[in-house]
Design a binder for this molecule. Sequence first.
Ligand code: 4AD
Ligand code: MG
Length: 477
Amino acid sequence: MQNLSIAELLEAKHILQEIQIKGWVKTFRSNRFIALNDGSTIKNIQCVIDFENTPEEVLKQINTGAALDIKGVLVESQGKGQSVEIQVSEIIILGASNPDEYPIQPKKHSMEFLRENAHLRIRTNTFSAVMRIRSILSFAIHQYFITNGFHNFHAPIITGSDAEGAGEMFSVSTLDKKNPPLTEDGKIDFKEDFFGKETNLTVSGQLEAETYAMALGKVYTFGPTFRAENSNTSRHLAEFWMVEPEVAFNDLDANMDLSEDFIKYILGYILEHCKDDLEFLEKRLIDEEKSKPAIERSDMPLREKLKFVIDNNFKRVSYTEAIDILKNSKPNKKKKFKFPINEWGADLQSEHERFLVEKHFKSPVILFDYPANIKAFYMRLNDDGKTVRAMDVLFPGIGEIVGGSQREERLDVLIEKIKALGIDEKELWWYLDLRKFGTAVHSGFGLGFERMVQFATGMGNIRDVIPFPRAPQSAEF
Ligand code: 4AD
Ligand code: MG
């Protein structure tokens, strides 16, 4: 008896005797044809049963969602739509599924309904395709870095520092919430807490990654990060995964080169290794587009969009140039932007980023040299004294997908910056040490993994590219 996956069976070019297959029923029609899926591929295998010789009891239980154990022979298919099929000799119901109660019926469900059933939505074609691609994309990321001489570094999840200085952190504490110990001046006494200090879930592994880059040269982290920002958008999660390379001796130009090369590699990898799933999602998007008004339609099929990113250079544009373009743009003059661009120094919103990418340059864009006061404390100050060596990679349909910078490696400049922002120098003593002992130019960036999965799969909402999304007012499962 050969125990092969459906993916392997569909690849088989000849008749196979005595095979066994386990999976879940997608559909069952004419009391004869079972479409069975085991998760190995988006394709189902057709299992043809001998109606006359199958007990009524068994037939009754072949419902969508039921788990089956099937034995039979793999033969060339008589019908259209598949090259091989299984002639079933024995069928065992491993787990029945009550059709009156099972929520995932073979029909179109709304994304909202599926989010409420996130434990079962993976049984749909769409979610299984997205999550297989997510898995392969994750593998491609490790593959890219390891084969390019990077070391994988595991950043801590619980941290005492706020890397982005944005204060949007989830606290980690074992203190009694109703009756916490207090200091003399009435504040919570974190000295009594588990770690003897105030701690949070990390927003980024960058600061710790910098310490490792200063010895291992090229490192990367790939782990969960947490942000308590109250953003109910299709691009924000409270828990998301971030890929953060950090490289000693790289300046900002090298950092931009790395981000572009890296992104092109991982997209190329899924184009090659996720053909069936991408094809399915592409068709799904084309169907979806048909129901949209013409101006909202995307002009490129999914795989062409991925190829376009791989084949074209990302446009590199300074913040100052971008502001000029935006100031003089049609939507700005016609007051179409929710946040009008009036002067240099304005923070860019997603509407501006998407205008630059989708309307103006029509390609991915890397914006660099942002005003110092809208970026984090650790970015290297330029000689003009007002901009920093920051870079954001902007993508069509997504906006910011990568944020990074060349880091401030000069101790005196960094200390001055920290003081000006009112950050406690003592909290960052170890970070400052890096600038005292063998400091060097270094750079890195963070890629929002879910935003990349969104781009790669064409999914409209970030909550549909992570298994169990965490967002404001939402942490079921
Ligand atoms: O631009 P960010 O905040 O950069 C950093 O955290 C740096 N410390 C990274 C570094 O240089 N090592 O975040 C990086 C990326 C963003 O470009 C975006 O793609 C993603 O992380 N991101 C989010 N993704 C989903 N939900 C959120 N709430 C996100 N916030 C940021
Ligand atoms: Mg950013």
